[in-house]
Design a protein around this ligand. Structure first.
Ligand code: NDP
Length: 250
């Protein structure tokens, strides 16, 4: 099969996996973090698990990217910079801030690892080889709106994660987060991440970008809902107006 066809097929597979994940997460919560529980087999330290499962998204991406025929072109390099800014942090810095003693099931790690390999190939190959951003793409509003959405989402995601980790580090157990977007939704980090990948999809105008944005939404929206239910159950005075993911709406 020719590579462009295989690439499209694999992106459709990612979308299909997203549909399955969204349905499954309506009935079971992903067993890590505060929703971790017995019955999911052997576990590993969470910091190591995050590093191992996320690193293909950085290193695998880089490996595929450098082999592309457009690898040295400006717009491709800008995309690679955005991707690696996110995944360099997520793979090698974020895990170091996680609470020591926390564990993650190896099954969860394995699934994320496989997904990250596939997703890294799809996106790196598109931006450095199969896609073509020469010509007028530099002047296209989709590029610049997408890049702005990506950077805005990344900022929201980073700030919210940092606030949650700081809360955790206080060592007083789980707390109700306050301030900023936390006054409106329980998971601004997920909201930021979803906006970020839709920005990526728009800027790269690719099926691989769209597939990843849809997958991220399918994965994180149900988890935000699970977080909201968890807060409401655990904290009787939890602010009633606070939503899961979208301020005032859901
Ligand atoms: P969570 O919001 O569940 O947790 C983030 C960290 O903050 C964890 O260490 C958590 O502890 C801690 N924390 C959360 N809430 C509280 C609280 N109320 N009080 C004290 N500590 C708290 O995020 P995830 O772990 O699910 O995800 C981490 C990052 O990875 C996010 O930025 C997310 O967007 C991204 N991600 C992206 C995915 C994708 O499909 N693109 C998939 C999954 C994650 P604990 O672990 O004990 O809950």
């Amino acid at each position: 099969m020719a590579e462009p066809r295989l690439h499209t097929l694999l992106a459709v597979v990612v979308i299909a996996i997203g549909v399955v994940v969204a349905i499954a997460l309506r009935y079971i919560s992903a067993p890590y973090g505060r929703h971790g529980r017995e019955g999911w087999g052997p576990t590993a330290p969470a910091w190591l698990g995050w590093m191992v499962m996320e690193s293909p998204a950085a290193l695998g991406f880089l490996y595929v990217y450098v082999q592309g025929r457009h690898a040295n072109e400006l717009i491709s390099l800008v995309f690679a910079g955005l991707w690696l800014t996110h995944y360099g942090y997520r793979s090698f810095i974020y895990p170091l801030g996680l609470a020591k003693g926390k564990r993650i099931p190896i099954t969860v790690m394995g699934m994320a690892l496989a997904f990250n390999f596939l997703n890294a190939y799809l996106n790196a190959r598109w931006i450095s080889h199969l896609g073509d951003y020469s010509g007028s793409w530099m002047l296209d509003p989709r590029l610049w709106i997408g890049v702005l959405l990506f950077m805005g989402g990344l900022l929201v995601n980073r700030r919210a994660d940092a606030r949650l980790i700081a809360l955790k580090r206080r060592g007083e157990g789980y707390q109700v987060p306050r301030g900023g977007l936390f006054e409106y939704v329980v998971s601004p980090n997920y909201l930021g991440e979803i906006v970020q990948w839709f920005g990526w999809a728009l800027a790269t105008w690719s099926i691989s970008g769209l597939a990843f944005a849809l997958f991220t939404s399918a994965n994180l929206a149900p988890r935000a809902r699970t977080h909201l239910d968890w807060y409401r159950e655990k904290f009787p005075d939890f602010p009633a107006e606070r939503r899961a993911l979208i301020p005032f709406v859901w």
